[in-house]
Each structure stands twice: as structure tokens, then as C-alpha cells.
Design a protein around this ligand. Structure first.
Ligand code: COA
Length: 333
């Protein structure tokens, strides 16, 4: 079996910054203190009107290709994880991106697992390299949830931001790369976090628009509990299954949804604060893009050293969650 690692990372954040103060100034019944204290978020990025998911994905993908030292002709497969595609039904955002990147003779498809999208796409893409069928797979995770939140709902609009992250998956030295991936789903909790209408169950109508049922609905408290109770035990299991202990973890990279969720997880996993990567204060919850964005930032800062054990943990609507354990380095093949 071929070892597969992350050999390039990239990110894109829209230029427009919306601070907590901006949200207060929109007239919402909230305060900068409440938002920061309850979520850890200070500001988030919001895509300008003329920027779509595929535009952000393009920038992150180019960044990752450059970082990996690869050209578009080196890529054998493109996977885009998103729940906010350019077009509701088709074509896929992956096909739009494949064209813009000039990828030729490759498969390209979208993958939908909400905020867990990156973890699912990473796991899926890695299989093609692991089997020897493909050399380089490009995974791009992008979301533009600012288009799907009610900017008058103080409990939801404060949380989300837009952005894209990307990784290149290629062969690495033996015993490096992705050591273990575990995917989970629990559809009986689907209604905790959903966009209730606008799909095939209830097609778009004037009534739906008036009731804002085409926008995100969430039971925040229940999602909070579900998140902590799902991915924390799964991280513990995965670490054990990989033959590692919690002390072996050099960096923990959780999905950035709420700082209190991250802190609680770190506490339960008995991880030192300096091992936990956090950027939620700058970007809010960028959904499937959050883990690859923070991975790209950490790599640019030179944080990861050869042999570091990195545990990535995603969770989100569905309900879905996932854990990927990676040994960094070995990029000499
Ligand atoms: N400003 C001020 N008050 C607010 C507020 C805001 N922006 N948003 C909610 N409140 C109010 C509520 O209306 C409620 O008021 P009430 O007691 O009069 O009914 C009070 O604050 C407490 O609400 P609660 O929902 O218990 O707050 P919380 O501490 O759980 O924080 C969230 C709310 C949404 C920040 C938090 O539940 C959360 O982050 N949940 C997880 C969401 C998530 O991660 N989603 C994505 C998963 S991928």
C-alpha cells in the first residue's frame, strides 16, 4: 500500500472583513462582548457579491498547486467539498474549477458533508493515491455560507464566514502521511442544523423566501452538545486504533465552529493549548474550508516539523464527523 500525504496546501479568504462591531452596527440585538465571549469570533470574511464558491476555490487551488510545486497537468483527480455550490443543481463546482485550472482528462466531482466536507474529501481522495491508481489528487474545500444565513438572526449570522482551502495529496515516504481516517454519520440528528427548503423535498417558492426557509436553521445548544459528544470520543478511539497515545499528538486541528467547543475538546483530550491550532477569531466558521485553511497557515508559518503527528477532526450538519491522523513530512518521493 502506498503512503499518502499532504504535499501542498493553499487557502483563499475574501478581502471584505465583517467585524463584530459591524454586526452590532447592523442593528442586531447583540454586543461585541457577547459574540466574542460565546464564540471566540472577532471577525469573519464575507465574499463580495461578484465572488462565488468556484472563484474562491480557484484561488486556493492555485495556491496549493504552487506550494506542491505541481502544474495543472500533474493532477489526476479533482474533488471539491462544498455545500454552497455555484449552481444549486448542476453543473458541479468541481467541473467549473477543473475548467478554470486547465485540468485535462481528469474526473472532477463535488462532495457534500457540510462542515465535515474536507475530512470526507481528504479520506476519499487519499484512496486513489493509496491504491496506486493516481499520483496526485487535488482536494478543494470551499463554502460561501454568508449567502445562506439570515443577517437579521443574531444566533446564526455571527458564526459563519466565507473561504476556501486546498490540499494536494501525493505519495510520501513509507510510514508518513495519513495513518488513519475514520468517517461517521448520524442522520437522525439532521434537523439540528439544516436549510429546510429549496431542495427537491420543498422546492423554492415565494412562501419559502418570505419564511426564510432557504436559509440556515440551527438548534445551537443541541449542535454544541452533539459536536463535543461525537468527535471527542472518536478522536480518542482513532488515536488508540493508530497505535498512538494522546501524548504523541503534536498538533490538534479541529473544525473551527466555536472556541468553546475547541477548548472543551482540548480539555477532554488533555491537550496543551499550544498544540491546538485556532484561527476562528479571524474567520469564524468557514465550514468545510476551516481545516485546510488552518493547515495552510500553519505550513506557511513553518509550524510542522518532520514526523509531527497531526490530528484533524471535523464535524458538522448531517450530523457528520470524522478524524484523520497524519504523520507530517516524508515528501521526498
Ligand atoms: N447576542 C446576544 N444574545 C444572543 C445571541 C447574540 N448574538 N445569540 C443568542 N443569544 C441569546 C439567546 O437568544 C438566548 O437568550 P434567552 O436566554 O433569552 O433565550 C441566550 O443568548 C442563550 O442562548 P444559547 O443558545 O443558550 O447560547 P449559547 O451560549 O449556546 O450560544 C451559540 C449560542 C449559537 C453561539 C452556541 O450554541 C453555538 O455556537 N453552538 C454551536 C453552533 C455550531 O457550532 N454550529 C456549526 C456546527 S458545524
Amino acid at each position: 500500500m502506498i503512503s499518502v500525504g499532504i504535499t501542498g496546501t493553499g487557502k483563499y479568504l475574501p478581502e471584505k472583513v465583517v467585524t463584530n462591531e459591524d454586526i452590532v452596527n447592523m442593528g442586531l440585538d447583540t454586543s461585541t462582548e457577547w459574540i466574542e465571549e460565546r464564540t471566540g469570533i472577532k471577525e469573519r470574511r464575507v465574499a463580495e457579491e461578484n465572488i462565488s464558491s468556484s472563484d474562491m476555490a480557484f484561488e486556493a487551488a492555485e495556491d496549493a498547486l504552487k506550494d506542491a510545486g505541481l502544474d495543472s497537468e500533474d493532477i489526476d483527480l479533482l474533488i471539491v467539498s462544498t455545500t454552497t455550490p455555484d449552481y444549486q443543481v448542476f453543473p458541479s463546482t468541481a467541473c467549473l474549477l477543473q475548467d478554470r485550472l486547465g485540468l485535462r482528462n481528469v474526473g472532477a466531482f463535488d462532495l457534500s458533508a457540510a462542515c465535515t466536507g474536507f475530512s470526507y474529501a481528504l479520506t476519499t481522495g487519499a484512496q486513489f493515491v493509496k491504491s496506486g491508481d493516481m499520483k496526485n489528487v487535488l482536494v478543494v474545500s470551499v463554502d460561501c455560507l454568508s449567502r445562506f444565513v439570515d443577517w437579521t438572526d443574531r444566533s446564526i449570522c455571527i458564526l459563519f464566514g466565507d473561504g476556501a482551502g486546498a490540499v494536494v495529496l501525493s505519495e510520501v515516504d513509507k510510514d508518513y502521511g495519513i495513518l488513519l481516517s475514520e468517517l461517521y454519520s448520524q442522520g437522525d440528528a439532521a434537523d439540528l442544523l439544516m436549510v429546510p427548503a429549496g431542495g427537491s423535498r420543498r422546492m423554492m417558492s415565494m412562501d419559502i423566501l418570505e419564511q426564510k426557509e432557504n436559509l440556515v436553521r440551527m438548534d445551537g445548544r443541541a449542535v454544541f452538545k452533539m459536536a463535543v459528544n461525537s468527535f471527542v470520543p472518536s478522536v480518542l478511539n482513532a488515536v488508540k486504533k493508530a497505535g498512538l497515545s494522546l501524548d504523541d499528538i503534536n498538533y490538534f486541528v479541529p473544525h473551527q465552529a466555536n472556541l468553546r467547543i475547541i477548548d472543551l475538546a482540548a480539555q477532554k483530550l488533555k491537550l496543551d493549548k499550544n498544540k491546538v491550532l485556532i484561527n476562528i477569531q479571524k474567520y469564524g466558521n468557514t465550514s468545510s474550508a476551516s481545516i485546510p485553511i488552518i493547515m495552510a497557515e500553519a505550513k506557511r508559518e513553518g509550524l510542522f516539523k518532520d514526523g509531527d503527528i497531526i490530528v484533524m477532526a471535523g464535524f458538522g450538519a448531517g450530523f457528520t464527523w470524522a478524524v484523520n491522523i497524519l504523520r507530517w513530512g516524508g515528501i521526498n518521493v
